[in-house]
Design a protein around this ligand. Sequence first.
Ligand SMILES: NC(=O)c1ccc[n+]([C@@H]2O[C@H](COP(=O)([O-])OP(=O)(O)OC[C@H]3O[C@@H](n4cnc5c(N)ncnc54)[C@H](OP(=O)(O)O)[C@@H]3O)[C@@H](O)[C@H]2O)c1
Length: 133
Amino acid sequence: MSLDRQENPVVLITGGGSGIGKACAKVFLREGYRVFISGRDAARLETASTELASSVSGGPAPEWITADVADPAQCDRLLETADRRAGRIDVLINNAAYFDIGPAREFSTERWRKMFDVNVHGAFTARKPSPIS
Ligand SMILES: NC(=O)c1ccc[n+]([C@@H]2O[C@H](COP(=O)([O-])OP(=O)(O)OC[C@H]3O[C@@H](n4cnc5c(N)ncnc54)[C@H](OP(=O)(O)O)[C@@H]3O)[C@@H](O)[C@H]2O)c1
């Protein structure tokens, strides 16, 4: 896979500590991007960062920032922190996701809303590629 890019490109991947997001982080590291990964679980992010750095030799480890994308204030802080550290965000991957399934009659409003808070509202909140500059 080859990606078009600027000089010293920067990518922020929400939910980058596992699964699809972590796999994306590996691709961007290989392509020479400065990579930021985020999620709610600091231990998971730290482990992922170490594993990613060792799987792609020669480059820096991904930087990690904790943030719950369902919380608009945390989303803003996430974008501001990455932008402040790197000076810009060239690529934003709104990957953080939560999936729940079950019989409709047993599905609580809280579970239903959580999917929308993370998958829909979270993606909308984490939409500004460069909030500071
Ligand atoms: N893998 C597949 O084959 C597949 C197929 C179809 C659909 N999907 C769906 O695609 C999505 C991603 O799949 P995946 O395999 O990559 O799942 P995953 O490994 O569970 O990754 C989801 C990531 O999102 C983060 N996340 C979840 N809620 C968050 C929140 N509120 N704020 C910030 N980060 C949050 C998690 O990190 P923290 O827990 O640290 O927050 C985690 O790193 C899931 O919804 C899954 O159901 C996956």
